[in-house]
Ligand binder design. Structure first.
Ligand code: HEC
Length: 220
């Protein structure tokens, strides 16, 4: 046996190995898989798309904190914020309130927003005893589910923002009904702005804004 035969043998061996290697590669290409919604003989019901296991929760859909999402404790509207109210939360609430609610409720929350002045049914003022005493969850619920003639704003306003708006309405209520005891010593409650607005009035009669101080040089 010469060195040549050994070489020939090595070459043959390499060739056979190469065949095996390509064989493996083919296996990976042809692995069994389901094309979406295609029939399959593998399962008894022939559905390759398997039904979702009971109790499955989609990512981001776990609503464990029911109070945060409903504003209700059992069937009762709750009277606590589900997260701490910071200055940032109130600022966000004010911004969102001014965008979504002022067209009807006005910046003061007296229910005489611009579309109301143009003839839309006036909403109640937030500065009534009933709404002052209403739990904060009520405001969250009204935004989430609507109320009577008012549509809901669940699609437009994310949950945390609805709470921020509810917190801001509380601030609005305080702003229109502040007592001396709410203020630091030495500060007095001045004539509040709502008192300059006619309590009743037909929509369209105007004058929902507090009178702006006349500045020198302005003529109209
Ligand atoms: C298109 C006008 C409109 C907009 C915008 C609107 N509301 Fe109202 N809202 C109403 C009307 C009308 C009512 C009275 C509904 C009724 O009594 O049938 C009302 C009632 C309410 C009430 C009182 C519910 C009660 O117990 O009497 C609250 C609180 C309230 N809205 C909050 C909001 C908040 C917060 C926003 C902004 C996210 C908002 N609304 C946006 C028209 C509007």
């Amino acid at each position: 046996m010469g060195i040549r035969i050994t070489r020939a043998f090595t070459a043959a061996l390499l060739g056979v190995t190469a065949l095996f290697v390509t064989g493996c590669r083919q296996d990976m290409h042809d692995q069994p898989k389901f094309i979406p919604l295609r029939m399959s003989d593998f399962y008894a019901d022939k559905r390759s798309a398997r039904p979702i296991i009971e109790g499955t929760v989609a990512r981001g859909q776990l609503k464990e904190d029911t109070y945060f999402y409903t504003g209700k404790i059992g069937n009762q509207e709750g009277d606590v914020m589900p997260f701490p109210v910071t200055a940032d939360v109130l600022a966000r609430g004010q911004e969102r309130y001014n965008i979504y609610c002022t067209p009807c409720h006005s910046e003061l929350g007296d229910g005489r927003g611009m579309i109301v002045q143009r003839g839309l049914r006036p909403p109640p003022s937030y500065h009534t005893d009933r709404l002052r005493k209403a739990p904060i969850g009520h405001f969250f619920d009204v935004i989430t589910n609507g109320f009577g003639a008012m549509p809901d704003y669940a699609t437009q306003i994310p949950v945390a923002d609805r709470w921020a708006i509810a917190a801001y309405i509380r601030a609005l209520q305080l702003s229109q009904n502040a007592q001396k005891s709410d203020l630091p010593a030495g500060v007095d409650v001045v004539d509040n702005v709502t008192s300059t607005i006619p309590a009743t009035g037909t929509p369209g009669s105007g004058a929902t804004e507090p009178p702006t101080p006349v500045k020198g040089g302005e003529s109209k």
